[in-house]
Design a protein around this ligand. Structure first.
Ligand code: ADP
Ligand code: TZD
Ligand code: MG
Length: 575
């Protein structure tokens, strides 16, 4: 168990001793937390060094926010809480955005922060990086704990792990004041104080009556639809979900990060007929997807006139009826719920064939409409020409993990690039955060060992761009493609009122590829789809850190990508 602690600890008057540093490391190792994403500094510099020496992989970032996004996505990919380690006040605050993001997205993550001395903080006497971090973290995460005594480190980690992964997963804050690390205690007592968390995310079986109710509603449907969300992807119940979908014959619509749970090319996939199935369906079964803004709250124009009945499968009972009435709530973990639902389908019921045919016709029509646009070889490129290339790359290399952020770069890539395997598409999540890019790419490479393709708007990339140095330092197999259209949404805005550039544009003709070269990585400037194809394939074949500056027509994008409707605009006449 805690052998390393024993070895590293001092022996004093014959008594074997351990300390807070060692106990933190041993508590993590005991629970399989084998990777830390963070930024070193007072009071956790030695913790990072010692963790590395003890065999934990420690990835040092250039900014805590990116380390936090890495931890969040590591949690999504592995079902173990991703760990982000930061220094006090400013480092903690930098990590906090990612902790809130993890909580919002239901990803398990633990933000471990060093903090200043309680006595000084509470009297507000101005300690080094003084801040009441626990109080600030609390409203932004699922749970927050502070450990004051070395003998409580084991319990502190056990609580943090359970809180992060059980029930609806989320972010947990663990506050470790500087003094804790140096606290010395008897090594044997220390070992005994550690807790190996048994069954951290216990199965939660649905009530049989709720399963029956859901099946009765489903079987009454003329035009049923299953919506798979990122909770379904997280649950790693891939075979059970596929079995249920195929046994029922119901068309399925994957939310962004659930793409690939079943292949986007699956005959029942309704991704390319999204607006039709949302409008025309009569029974909708949500599996690990919330009826939030991403699904227009389950009402309004998007959902059409036809009356709907909603079935919802989710581990969080409070999610039911959040936006509209859920006629058949099925509360439990997705693996158990979907297995029970599949078992209850006796095989005599299948989705009506005229509905299946209607969905397929719409989907084929939309795919055919899109196809020629994806084959253009224009230079400068438009989004479709560039994305057509990347679509083929992923088709030929389905194990590649796609990271994606931006506005047009996100919305168009989501529609164009088919995914073939579960948990291969990582993006901006529920908040639509710009800045997840490099952190997600790094964690994806570290946690899975698969190649990563990060497709980034030039603005989106800027939020985490300095981490290209991290990518080069750890020699990760990451290919970053920047859709460089000289700005946010478009690079063509002009400020008519003065000399300053317009608010949405960047330096024209920037060469982001040179940033990668500065750190010994490969930089390529690609001005046509052919050049882009060659560069991406070379990058993935070589596994070398690569950044491709893909030159996109600055006039090609639209305001806010596909969500321009959410943008309030002044109704006053423009001068
Ligand atoms: P999307 O954005 O893809 O629509 P959401 O993040 O809105 O997905 O929804 C994810 C849902 O999945 C959350 O309501 C969460 O409670 C649920 N969830 C996460 N993990 C599980 C699980 N293992 N079992 C059941 N529900 C889960
Ligand atoms: N800040 C944060 C953290 N998240 C955000 N979503 C935004 C700001 C606002 N925002 C968007 O919603 S998209 C976007 C911003 C700044 C950038 C879009 O530009 P891009 O993509 O270059 O990344 P396109 O291809 O030019 O549209
Ligand atoms: Mg842009």
């Amino acid at each position: 168990m805690a052998e390393t602690a024993t070895k590293a600890a001092a022996v004093d008057d014959g008594e074997e001793l351990t300390d807070g540093f060692n106990l933190v490391i041993e508590a993590m190792k005991l629970n399989g937390l084998d990777t830390i994403y963070g930024v070193p500094g007072i009071p956790i510099t030695d913790l990072g060094r010692m963790a590395q020496a003890a065999g934990i992989r420690v990835l040092s970032f250039r900014h805590e926010q990116n380390a936090g996004y890495a931890a969040a996505i590591a949690g999504f990919l592995t079902q173990k809480p991703g760990v982000c380690l930061t220094v006090s006040a400013p480092g903690f605050l930098n990590g906090l955005t990612a902790l809130a993001h993890a909580t919002t997205n239901c990803f398990p993550m633990i933000l471990v922060s060093g903090s200043s001395e309680r006595e000084i903080v509470d009297l507000q006497q101005g300690d080094y990086e003084e801040m009441d971090q626990l109080a600030i973290a609390k409203p932004l995460c699922k749970a927050a704990y502070r450990v004051l005594h070395a003998q409580d480190i084991g319990i502190g980690f056990a609580r943090a792990i359970r809180a992060a992964v059980s029930g609806r997963p989320g972010g947990v804050y663990l506050d470790l004041p500087a003094k804790l690390f140096g606290q010395v205690m008897n090594a044997e007592a220390g070992r005994k104080s550690l807790v190996k968390v048994i069954d951290p995310a216990p199965a939660q079986l649905p009530a049989p009556a709720s399963v029956k109710r859901a099946l009765d509603v489903l079987k009454s449907a003329k035009r049923p639809l299953v919506i798979l969300g990122k909770g379904a992807a997280y649950a790693q119940a891939d075979d059970a979900i596929r079995a249920f979908v195929e046994k029922s014959g119901v068309p399925f619509l994957p939310m962004s990060m659930a793409k690939g749970l079943l292949p986007d090319t699956h005959p029942q996939c309704a991704g390319a007929a999204r607006s039709t199935v949302l409008k025309d369906s009569d029974v909708v079964m949500l599996v690990g997807a919330r009826l939030n803004w991403l699904l227009s709250h389950g009402k309004g124009k998007t959902w059409g006139e036809a009356p709907k009945k909603f079935i919802q499968v989710d581990i969080e009972p409070k999610e039911m009826d959040s936006n509209v009435e859920i006629v058949a709530p099925v509360v439990g973990d997705i693996a158990s719920c979907v297995a029970a639902l599949a078992a209850g389908l006796d095989g005599s019921w299948k989705a009506p064939s005229d509905w299946i045919a209607a969905v397929k016709a719409k989907r084929d029509e939309n795919v055919a409409k899109m196809a020629p646009r994806l084959m253009n070889n224009n230079s400068p490129m438009d989004y479709h020409g560039a994305l057509g290339v990347l679509r083929t790359v992923i088709k030929e290399r389905p194990d590649t993990i796609l990271v994606n952020e931006g506005a047009n770069t996100l919305d168009l890539a989501r529609g164009v690039i088919d995914m073939y395997k579960p948990r291969k598409r990582l993006d901006v999540g529920t908040w639509g955060v710009m800045g997840i890019g490099m952190g997600s790419a790094i964690a994806a490479a570290v946690e899975t060992g698969h190649p990563v393709l990060a497709v980034e708007g030039d603005s989106a990339f800027g939020f985490s761009g300095m981490e290209v140095e991290t990518i080069c330092r750890y020699q990760l197999p990451i290919c970053v493609v920047i859709f460089n259209n000289d700005g946010i949404y478009r690079g063509t805005d002009v400020n008519k009122a003065g000399k300053d550039p317009a608010t949405t544009v960047f330096v024209k003709g920037s060469r982001y590829d040179r940033m990668m070269e500065a750190f010994g990585g490969v930089g390529v400037n690609a001005t046509s789809p052919d050049e882009l194809r060659q560069a991406v394939n070379a990058a993935i074949d070589s596994g070398k850190p690569t950044l491709i500056n893909a030159v996109i027509d600055p006039g090609a994008g639209s305001e806010s990508g596909r969500i321009g409707n959410l943008n309030p605009q002044s109704k006053l006449k423009k001068k």
